[in-house]
Design a protein around this ligand. Structure first.
Ligand code: ATP
Ligand code: AMO
Length: 467
């Protein structure tokens, strides 16, 4: 037998005998039989098991007893319905079932009811009103994550992770077309990649090892020291973030690239600008159904992005904040709150939700960041933002060993603690730069979602390491 995808069931197939494998989404009995809604990924279709023809009472009884979320195989005839079926994606047709087999029965107790989990987001007021009317509350975020394998079945979640997969594909394809080689750097390291307290340590045959906080040194070694020139990586990044925020995970997916620079680090910014515009264009063009499925549950405004990408200097960004009455420090880092405000100000002034900001103060960037030749208090570094939140950090790196040592000393980093990093620059390194993108952040912010746990399939935070 050949199964037909639920999404392909339209009036064009009316009269055909169809085999489906799908899950039982809902089940409603009436006198002459039972209405089932069958679900597969983003799609739902109504099916009926009514007494008549080859269908007798025992078969109706069997169909009624199938628990929700069970996987079933059914055979039936597709018919056009007199009026559109509300609540189903395949509105114009219905399957008259003649044969039914349970492939895998679901427990009758479902900790997450998919039909509840896919209801559109509600405001707290709407939620309260629904509760007073005795309607089921929205499924709690923690319950969803405890039973993520069920929660993932909602059309919005199906769509989010298909979009996430598309973002990775377009990242790879765009950079591959520009000559970037995909690498796989080690995640077990002898020392911290980014330093700071956000490092996980583990036992490595009796010595302490760190989980990679980024592929930083390795992508630099491959691109600038190892002769590859242009490299990219899609891989896990581990950060022992102690506090739980809406945008930090303890494990996320880094989309990194590193490239040698011919003349100027703006070459890196140009690669980023073209890369993101290409990713956004392709997702908008090829993921229309997925975007609609997300929007149905989590309404959002389309991302506005300029071509080429708007680029401000850090000074210009700070000035926008100061002019709007905020107390922003021209030589400090931006707080989360100031980032958000700046995003609003830029959107208002330039009509874009996506922009780059470069020439960050040198003191707030890692020791390996190249200072700005024309202003030593600034650096050849940048961040990229969507809707006022950081999605990328990047920079030109220092490729001269002595200068690197000097900068490490100025950051009070003991040289013996970064010996393996420094060693790589002893034998000739080309000028280079690059950046790191947080995949879950990009998808969260592109889709206007409010929490990064929605775009991490199995999120890790200080309170969650399972499932
Ligand atoms: P990254 O750490 O990768 O650079 P980020 O978004 O965490 O990305 P930071 O420069 O570390 O960027 O921090 C930017 C702002 O985010 C900080 O000023 C701080 O307000 C906030 N922030 C960062 N980490 C945390 C955290 N773990 N908990 C709460 N707020 C945080
Ligand atoms: P940075 O530390 O800024 O830079 O990280 C790069 C990007 O990764 C994402 N990100 C996170 N996403 C989810 N949870 C977290 N805890 C988290 N921390 C960071 C953000 C951020 O912009 N080596 C440099 C990059 C480079 O210069 O190439 C680095 O790791 O989107």
């Amino acid at each position: 037998k050949t199964f037909c995808p639920v999404g392909d069931l339209t009036s064009a197939k009316a009269g055909e005998e169809i085999w489906l494998r799908a899950r039982v989404h809902t089940s409603r009995s009436i006198k002459k039989g039972v209405f089932l809604v069958l679900r597969q990924a983003l799609y739902t279709v109504q099916a009926t098991v009514f007494v008549g023809g080859n269908v007798g009472r025992p078969m109706v009884q069997y169909a009624e007893d199938v628990s929700k979320e069970s996987v079933i195989d059914v055979r039936g005839t597709l018919v056009v319905t007199p009026s559109p079926v509300s609540g189903c994606t395949q509105k114009e047709v219905e399957l008259k079932i003649e044969e039914i087999h349970v492939v895998s029965a679901a427990d009758t107790f479902m900790p997450v009811i998919v039909a509840d989990a896919m209801r559109p987001d509600r405001t707290p007021e709407e939620e309260e009103k629904q509760e007073k009317e005795g309607k089921a509350p929205t499924v709690a975020a923690d319950t969803r994550l405890d039973y993520r394998w069920i929660d993932l079945r909602t059309p919005a979640n199906q769509a989010i992770f298909k979009i996430q997969s598309a973002v990775c594909q377009y990242f790879r394809a765009n950079l591959a077309s520009k000559g970037f080689v995909e690498i796989h750097s080690p995640k077990l390291l002898a020392g911290a990649s980014e330093g700071g307290s956000e490092v996980f340590t583990t036992n490595y045959f009796g010595t302490e090892a760190c989980l990679a906080q980024s592929p930083q040194l390795y992508k630099q070694m491959a691109a600038a020291c190892g002769g590859f020139g242009r490299v990219m990586e899609v891989g896990p990044v581990f950060r022992a973030e102690k506090s739980r925020t809406h945008r930090h995970l303890c494990e996320f997916t880094g989309l990194d690239f590193e490239m040698v620079i011919k003349e100027h680090y703006f070459e890196v910014l140009e690669v980023f600008s073209d890369l993101f515009i290409n990713i956004f264009d392709e997702v908008n063009r090829n993921c229309k159904e997925e975007l609609e499925a997300v929007r149905t549950q989590h309404p959002f405004e389309d991302l506005r992005y300029a071509r080429p990408t708007l680029r401000l200097t850090f000074q210009e960004g700070i000035q926008l904040l100061i002019d709007a009455g905020y107390d922003a420090d021209p030589l400090g880092d931006l707080s989360t709150e100031h980032e958000k405000k700046l995003g609003d100000l830029v959107a208002e002034k330039y009509g874009t939700d996506f922009f780059m900001m470069d020439k960050y103060p040198l003191d707030v960037r890692p020791f390996y960041t190249m200072p700005c030749p024309s202003n030593p208090k600034h650096s050849n570094s940048f961040d990229i933002f969507i809707r006022g939140e950081e999605i990328v950090s990047g920079a030109q790196r220092i490729h001269d060993l002595e200068f690197l040592k000097e900068r490490a000393r100025e950051h009070d980093i003991p040289l013996d603690s970064i010996m393996s990093y420094l060693d790589a620059f002893k034998h000739g390194a080309e000028p280079h730069g690059g950046g790191g993108i947080g995949l879950e952040r990009v998808v969260m912010l592109f889709l206007g979602l409010k929490n990064i746990r929605k775009t991490s399939m199995f999120p890790r935070d200080p309170k969650r390491c399972a499932p």
